[in-house]
Design a protein around this ligand. Structure first.
Ligand code: TMP
Length: 206
C-alpha cells in the first residue's frame, strides 16, 4: 500500500472543500492520479449514514451511537475506496478523517480518547494519513462563514465548537510532523501555502 494519504481537517467554515478542489486541479495538471473523498461519506452507505448524522431531527442520538456511526461510515470508506486507491498508488485527498473524531466526539463530547483511538485504528485497517492540513479558524468566525446552524453538529453551542478548535490545535502541537497548521487567510494565500507544503512533502517522500 504506497500511495499518498492526505487529509484536511478544520472546524466548521474553515474552507476545506474549496482548498481540496484547488489542490485536486493543481495535482491533476501535474499528471498525478488523485482521488477526492469526504467523511462521513463517499460510498453509497457512508452517504446514507452522513444524512442520518447531520439531520437536525436526530438530536436524540446518544453520544456513543454518534461515535459508532461515524466509525461505521469510515470502516466502509476505508474498505471500499481508501485502501484500493492507496494500493493503486494514488494520491487520496480526504476531507476529514480520524482527527475529526478525536476532536468532535473526544474533546467536543467528552468521549474517551483511548477508546476512539482503539476503534479508529480498528476500522482504518492501517490506513493512516501521511500528511494533514489543519485549517485553523476561530470558532465564531467559522460558524459565521458556514452560514449558521444548518445541521445537527453546527447547531451545537459555541462552547462545543471552541472545544473542537482547541482540540485541533492540541492535536497539531502533539503531531507537528504530520499535521500542518494553516491559519485562516484568503483562498489564494492558503492554497499557496498548501501547495508549497505538499511539494516539499512529495520531494522528500516520493
Ligand atoms: P462537513 O464535512 O461538512 O464538515 O460535515 C461533517 C460534519 O461531521 C462536521 O460537523 C464534523 C462532523 N464529524 C464528526 O463529528 N466526527 C467525525 O468523525 C467526522 C468525520 C465528522
Amino acid at each position: 500500500m504506497k500511495g499518498l494519504f492526505v487529509t484536511f481537517e478544520g472546524a466548521e467554515g474553515s474552507g476545506k472543500s474549496t482548498q481540496i478542489k484547488l489542490l485536486e486541479d493543481y495535482l491533476k495538471k501535474k499528471g498525478k492520479r488523485v482521488l477526492v473523498l469526504r467523511e462521513p461519506g463517499s460510498t453509497k452507505f457512508s452517504e446514507d449514514l452522513r444524512r442520518v448524522l447531520l439531520d437536525k431531527r436526530n438530536g436524540f442520538l446518544s453520544e456513543k451511537t454518534e461515535l459508532l456511526l461515524y466509525l461505521a461510515a469510515r470502516a466502509q470508506l476505508v474498505k471500499e475506496k481508501i485502501i484500493p486507491a492507496l494500493k493503486e498508488k494514488k494520491i487520496v485527498l480526504c476531507d476529514r478523517f480520524q482527527d475529526s473524531t478525536l476532536v468532535y466526539q473526544g474533546y467536543g463530547l467528552g468521549l474517551d480518547r483511548k477508546v476512539i483511538e482503539l476503534l479508529g485504528g480498528f476500522v482504518s485497517e492501517g490506513a493512516r494519513p501521511d500528511l494533514t492540513f489543519l485549517l485553523d479558524i476561530p470558532a465564531q468566525e467559522g460558524l459565521r462563514r458556514a452560514g449558521g446552524a444548518s445541521d445537527r453538529i453546527q447547531e451545537r453551542p459555541l462552547a462545543y465548537h471552541r472545544r473542537v478548535r482547541n482540540g485541533y490545535l492540541k492535536l497539531g502541537s502533539e503531531n507537528p510532523k504530520r499535521i500542518k497548521v494553516i491559519k485562516a487567510k484568503d483562498i489564494q494565500n492558503t492554497q499557496e501555502e498548501i501547495r508549497k507544503l505538499i511539494k516539499e512533502f512529495l520531494l522528500k517522500h516520493l
